[in-house]
Design a protein around this ligand. Structure first.
Ligand code: ATP
Ligand code: ATP
Ligand code: MG
Ligand code: MG
Length: 511
């Protein structure tokens, strides 16, 4: 475990626990990746939601339509001790993994062109009544937006461009949209598939299985949890709720029927905290259970270069995508820290959106590019990453943050080098652990005859990713057009604790 004078930077992290008795909702939404009008896209989303319910025991209900999904945690959940950023990032990261993995099942003839990403937020729901209002609100939006979509894409199919089509239906109410569908396209909206009109509910339910028969022929039954997907007209109604004992048991019943949602509720559902202005933002992501993930995928111990290079490639992709905001990234093992500049106004500095988009994009790139680094090894289970955003008020403290991570890299690497050398020499993992307990690592390295400085520099110093500004100012001429290059994103393995690197690259942390 790391201990250094830089550790104090950890205390800039703020508490974000969702307090009891709030119900935790995770809302996620795709960043421009598909047309919701496409039924296969909806089925893919549903299939991903089912996987989420299978993966996380605490998620009991999900509701989705178009390109969004909401996951509802059971009331008593202690998932990641209810820390909002962790809960959100892990769910969104896992969802992104599944989305990439399952894409081919639903779009066998269409390759995924680029890494998809999702953003989202955690919504604390103070009561079952608030949950009911939330579900009503989302299903109303489903209805309205689907009517729009149905009209819009039919107009487009007929030859209009998107803007023209939008101009026609802009401001239309429900009945006007219905009339347009009927008059122009001979479509009765109410006969369209429920998956479009009503959205999809995924929930855990109890079913009875006959496990065997007694001698007298009577069946022996056992209750089993099963995940089902239904399309229901009124998910915020008593009838739907009462039909599903799992929901009743977990959240209690709805007291009354409601027909509209107050603006105060909507405001609370839409709230998203903004990160303090004029501070450096660090988004740190870290692989979930990578100890197990690395064993299962037979990573070379203690350092698998393929895995590190894949992490680096994903980080480069993140810097290329967010080239205006992210100026530097540092990675080691299963983690990466991304530095957003002080002046960044990415997503108006909304914390959830920044963290979720980066985690999601990183994860889907990781899954998409996995086979290039591990051609012989299929993904046995899907990776996910957690993420958090921390603000640092000065460049000195930000430098201390980076030093903290690089010292951690060094200490862990020393420890792991000794540990695996002991294991290679025939010691059990327990024995190796015991012999390193409280030991001076530098001494151990000498004792074990490890030529530490000969280890690849990537293992010893981690990876730093930034834009090589050398060619920034070069004006390129292509087809007679001139444009300024943003510089190439490069990966280097260097000391970022001392001043040298920063003096040589003054523009990176230039305020
Ligand atoms: P969290 O609950 O905040 O996620 P964690 O142990 O998962 O705690 P991370 O912040 O994800 O910590 O990990 C960053 C690194 O910091 C880890 O490698 C860990 O060794 C180290 N670390 C975690 N907590 C502390 C701490 N309180 N002081 C110093 N180092 C820490
Ligand atoms: P958590 O979910 O709390 O983060 P974790 O199992 O991911 O738990 P970490 O502290 O993040 O624990 O440690 C990451 C683990 O992943 C290390 O134990 C390390 O063995 C393994 N790992 C990550 N990257 C590599 C790599 N490139 N080569 C070998 N092992 C790796
Ligand atoms: Mg980890
Ligand atoms: Mg880690």
């Amino acid at each position: 475990m790391a201990n250094s004078k830089y550790e104090y930077v950890k205390c800039f992290e703020v508490e974000d626990e969702v307090m009891f008795p709030n119900i935790i909702l995770v809302w996620i939404n795709a960043c421009n990746i598909h047309k919701p009008y496409d039924v296969n896209a909806l089925k893919l989303m549903n299939s991903c939601a089912v996987e989420v319910l299978e993966e996380y025991a605490d998620v009991v209900l999900a509701y989705g339509f178009g390109d969004e999904y909401t996951f509802v945690f059971k009331k008593t959940s202690k998932f990641y001790e209810r820390r909002a950023s962790k809960v959100l990032s892990i769910v969104i990261s896992f969802f992104s993994s599944v989305f990439v993995r399952k894409w081919g099942e639903f779009f066998p003839h269409k390759e995924l062109q680029c890494s998809p990403s999702f953003h989202g937020r955690v919504i604390p729901c103070a009561s079952t009544e608030a949950l009911q209002a939330y579900l009503l609100w989302r299903q109303n939006i489903c209805h309205l937006s689907d009517q729009h979509e149905q009209c819009l894409w039919r107009l487009v199919e007929r030859g209009m461009n998107l803007n023209e089509a939008w101009d026609i239906i802009k401001g239309f109410d429900k009945s006007e949209l219905n009339n347009l569908l009927f008059d122009e396209f001979n479509v009765n909206y109410n006969t369209l598939e429920p998956i479009f009109r009503q959205g999809s509910c995924v929930l855990k339910t109890l079913v009875e299985d006959i496990v065997k028969y007694k001698d007298n022929g009577d069946p022996i039954k056992r209750q089993r949890r099963k995940i089902i997907t239904v399309h229901s007209k009124k998910i915020a109604g008593k009838r739907f709720w009462n039909e599903h004992t799992v929901l009743l048991k977990d959240f209690g019943g709805f007291v009354e029927e409601i027909n509209n949602v107050t603006p105060e509720y909507v405001r609370s559902f839409e709230s998203d905290i903004k990160l303090m202005p004029s501070t450096w933002i660090v988004v740190r992501i870290d692989g979930c259970h990578f100890h197990r993930f690395s064993e299962l995928h037979e990573f070379v111990k203690p350092n698998d270069s393929r895995a590190l290079n894949l992490m680096n490639l994903c980080a480069v992709a993140v810097l290329e995508k967010f080239w205006e905001d992210i100026v530097f990234a540092y990675g080691v093992s299963d983690e990466y820290s991304f530095i957003l500049k002080k002046t960044s106004d990415l997503y108006q500095r909304r914390a959830s959106k920044i963290v979720s988009t980066i985690v999601s994009f990183f994860t889907s790139t990781y899954v998409m590019r996995w086979s290039e680094f591990f051609p012989q090894s299929e993904l046995k289970y899907l990776p996910s990453f957690d993420g958090r955003a921390v603000c640092y008020p000065s460049t000195e403290i930000l430098r201390d943050y980076l030093s903290w991570r690089q010292v951690d890299c060094h200490i862990n690497n020393q420890y792991n080098s000794c540990f695996w050398k002991l294991v290679a020499s025939g010691k059990s993992k327990r024995e190796a652990q015991n012999s390193l307990k409280g030991a001076q690592l530098q001494k151990k390295i000498e004792e074990l005859d490890i030529d530490y400085n000969k280890l690849p520099v990537m293992f010893r110093q981690g990876s730093s990713v930034y834009r090589d500004k050398i060619d920034t100012d070069l004006i390129h001429h292509e087809n007679g057009n001139t444009f300024e290059s943003n510089g190439k994103v490069i990966v280097e393995h260097i000391d970022i604790i001392g001043p040298t690197f920063w003096l040589e690259h003054p523009n990176i942390l230039d305020e």
